[in-house]
Design a protein around this ligand. Structure first.
Ligand SMILES: [Fe+2]
Length: 484
């Protein structure tokens, strides 16, 4: 047996299996084993690989393509001939892509099969030990390249995920289904303190939508186990459970604490997940966890800084007689204008914050000037005019507000160059500052003050129109008016 090349025959149809086995045994050149299922074949193969596998395509439990994939993971140079009674172009392409050396259609002539086996085995004998080693190394290298490319694809896509956690969860499940070829994927949030699960999202490959109602409650016992061990698992049921045929589950963790579980299931499809799929899901869940942790950290830092600034703004408005809604209004009006101008999400976000904080520099203006009831002297007006650059100075200490500080610096510039602090004109003024200028003026006119009611919208619109190309960029004025 030691000197003979080995062949494994896999077919659930006994007569076909025997036919092939008998014919090959007659050759007396090969060591033959035969089994009636893909699962048994894989077990045998794991014990002792062989030179060639001849497998049926349609078999209960694990089909020929699945078996082919698993075998190639274990021993990349094993050759495979797939035999089927259901030929289709799709299956042929899939088998060839998976590396099957040949494809034989039922009913086949036994001589045709023997010929294919003979060619295949002779090629193996012709290849020296060294050639085989190179072939194995190449196959492993290709495998590794494919794995690294997929992991890099996962990382890139996680980095590109949207701005809130719901979007991140949607991206994660879509990505998990894509890289594993799974049937259904879910994220369940886990409250460790109360040992409770909360279904967050479910996506099925075929219905396209996202569903949070379908709780996968039957899997909670297994989820608890994964949450406890904090490690991704792959479970192939081999028919001993109705719940799934093959399952991957990975913990989502922040600071080593499990806050959710990502699971992917195959139930009807003839596919078992592989070690490679497990690696993908493990990488995906770790990267997604990091992304969510960073996002939450950023949000909490950002929120606490914004809260501090907003309380400063509140105190400024209390001093200079604006209602506290002024900055909120300016922010909303500016965002509406930017949306009408189809600016990018980043620009709109920047404008939202700049609108809220545009007058933060007024904190440095003494009460004697800011609260002066009568007209200001030139000197006093010059002090007022420092507030945009003071605002920029205040924000420059916080790296998060890099883009906003420029917008705030220039919110009192004029299109004709007669504004402050730099006297720049036209398109030299940042676009977002030009938008802020229009929103600020409009709200200053229409806003209620303690000493007068806000003026009508028409009055404000007339002022904007009178000042197009003087104080304001007319494109911005048009966009602004279109939102009213
Ligand atoms: Fe201002």
């Amino acid at each position: 047996m030691e000197n003979k090349q080995s062949i494994l025959i896999v077919d659930d149809d006994t007569s076909t299996r025997n036919l092939i086995a008998d014919a090959l045994k007659e050759e007396n050149r090969y060591y033959i084993r035969d089994v009636d299922s893909g699962i048994k074949a894989l077990e045998l193969f794991q014990e002792k690989p062989c030179d060639l596998v001849i497998s049926d395509l349609k078999m209960p439990g694990m089909d020929g393509i699945e078996l082919l994939n698993r075998i190639q993971e274990i021993h990349p140079t094993t050759s495979i001939i797939i035999i089927t009674g259901y030929p289709s172009v799709d299956i042929s392409v899939s088998a060839m892509k998976s590396g099957a050396i040949d494809f034989l259609e039922k009913p086949f002539k036994i001589d045709d099969l023997l010929f294919k086996v003979d060619i295949c085995m002779k090629e193996k004998l012709t290849l020296g030990e060294k050639d085989l080693d190179i072939k194995i190394d190449m196959a492993r290298l290709n495998n590794k390249i494919e794995e690294l490319s997929t992991i890099s694809y996962i990382y890139d896509n996680i980095e590109k995920t949207g701005s809130n956690n719901d979007e991140v969860f949607r991206e994660i499940v879509a990505l998990a289904l894509k890289v594993t070829g799974g049937e259904s994927c879910s994220i369940v949030l886990f409250d460790e303190d109360n040992n409770a699960f909360y279904p967050q999202i479910v996506k099925n490959r075929n219905d396209g939508g996202y569903n949070t109602d379908k709780a996968i409650t039957s899997l909670y016992v297994m989820f608890r186990d994964v949450a406890q061990k904090k490690e991704a698992v792959l479970i192939n049921s081999n028919g001993d459970t109705e719940l799934f045929k093959s399952l991957l589950c990975a913990p989502l963790m922040i600071r080593n604490k499990v806050f959710g579980l990502l699971s992917i299931i195959n139930n009807k499809m003839e596919k078992h997940f592989t070690q490679k799929d497990l690696n993908y899901i493990s990488s995906l869940s770790k990267r997604a966890s990091l992304n969510i942790e960073n996002r939450m950290l950023y949000e909490s830092v950002f929120t606490s800084i914004m809260d501090t600034f907003m309380s400063l703004i509140h105190s400024i408005h209390a001093r200079d007689h604006y209602t506290e809604r002024h900055s909120i209004n300016v922010s909303l009006l500016a965002v509406k204008t930017a949306t009408a101008m189809r600016l990018s999400t980043n620009q709109i976000e920047c404008l939202k914050i700049s609108g809220m904080l545009h007058d933060i520099g007024k904190i440095a203006i003494p009460d004697s000037i800011l609260l002066k009831p009568g007209p200001l002297t030139n000197e006093e007006y010059n002090v007022i005019k420092t507030h945009p650059s003071t605002g920029e100075d205040i924000l420059s200490h916080i790296k998060l507000f890099g883009p906003e500080k420029k917008v705030i610096r220039h919110h009192h510039e004029r299109w004709d160059g007669r504004g402050y602090p730099d006297g720049i004109s036209g398109e030299d003024i940042p676009l977002l500052s030009r938008i802020l200028a229009v929103a600020d003026t409009f709200d200053a006119i229409t806003n209620d003050r303690p000493y007068r009611k806000g003026l009508p919208i028409d009055t404000a619109v007339n002022k904007l129109n009178r000042n197009r190309n003087l104080q304001f960029d007319e494109t911005v004025v048009d966009a602004f008016i279109s939102t009213l």
